[in-house]
Design a protein around this ligand. Structure first.
Ligand code: 3PG
Length: 306
């Protein structure tokens, strides 16, 4: 049985060592394709793989079709918008993610970006404090919940909007569960995005919504670039000299935004939300264990293409 790790952005070595141990203890073989630069390399590497572990790597229909023996793909991470689920289902390939495993790394980055933007991107000049400000969490999943938990340490007032989670669950964490999305954006000095990228959410963060933010509002996006209406964001930054935007998932028009609004816009040079040793180890080892449990016991917990 051949388990392939295909990562354009490799896991930390400690994570790969841990994955290897799990795979080899189960009697399987581990193969590595790291930092590949062309899809053709992925297409040939998957040809004889029984299982595949990826991060944000695009697993298209072409990749799935090239993998004649593939039975399971695990996206070591939360978002699975990089997997063609229909193509997987068509070939009876089980697709999974590893929810929660890298959430803390992303949540810590959110607070880091908030401090960075509030202190003029660490340049001289008077900044503002997070204490007492309102933070809006747009979607209260694994990352959103941890952002709330850390933000409490900053003594922020925290609101959240998530139509898929019962208000009582949000309120049990000492977080105000607002009734609608407009209320979240109108009331909060900072809004942190934690929605997935799918047909319902793409471009859903638009000018109408962002324009509701109070004076000095700061939007933090560690989720996906596709959820932002990029033309609207540009227009809003032009119209409102008080609005700030910090992101770990740079929009396509980042150069233009940086040129025009350097003091108010920040994007990490590469997506680094889950780039910690701990997150790599948690997500990588979970992926390996899920594959072994699938082959040994038929366990399909965390399957996302049912
Ligand atoms: C996720 O969805 O888990 C995060 O966006 C991390 O993605 P990455 O594995 O590409 O760093």
């Amino acid at each position: 049985m051949k388990i392939l790790i295909a990562t354009e952005k490799p896991f930390a070595k400690t994570a790969v060592d841990g994955i290897r141990k799990i795979v080899e203890n189960a009697g399987y073989e581990l193969c590595l394709l790291e930092k590949y630069t062309d899809t053709s390399q992925l297409l040939s590497a998957v040809a004889d793989a029984d299982a595949l572990i990826v991060r944000s790597d695009k697993v298209t229909k072409q990749v799935v079709d090239a993998a004649a023996k593939l039975k399971i793909i695990v996206r070591a991470g939360a978002g699975f918008d990089n997997l063609d689920l229909a193509a997987c289902s068509q070939k009876n390939i089980v697709a999974m993610n590893t929810p929660g495993q890298n959430s803390n790394a992303v949540a810590e980055l959110v607070l880091g970006l908030m401090v960075f933007m509030s202190r003029n991107k660490f340049n001289a000049g008077t900044g503002v404090e997070l204490k007492g400000k309102k933070l809006g969490i747009h979607a209260y999943g694994n990352v959103g919940r941890l952002v709330a938990c850390i933000a409490k340490g900053f003594d922020m007032q925290i609101c959240a909007f998530d139509p898929f989670i019962k208000k009582e669950i949000i309120q049990a964490d000492g977080v105000i569960a607002v009734d609608n999305i407009e209320e979240l954006y109108s009331n909060c000095d900072y809004v942190s995005l934690h929605i997935p990228a799918n047909e319902q959410t793409k471009k859903s963060i638009n000018r109408k919504l962002l324009n509701l933010m109070p004076k000095g509002g700061c939007l933090i996006n560690t989720a996906r670039k596709e959820i932002i209406d990029e033309d609207d964001l540009l227009k809003l930054l032009e119209e409102r000299a008080d609005i700030k935007y910090a992101t770990d998932v740079a929009p396509s028009n980042i150069l233009e935004l940086q040129q025009k609004f350097d003091t108010r816009v920040f994007a990490t040079p590469k997506k680094i939300g889950a780039e910690t040793a701990e997150a790599n180890i948690n997500a990588g080892l979970a992926a390996a264990n899920q594959i072994v449990n699938f082959f040994k016991h038929g366990d399909t917990t965390f399957q996302v293409n049912r």
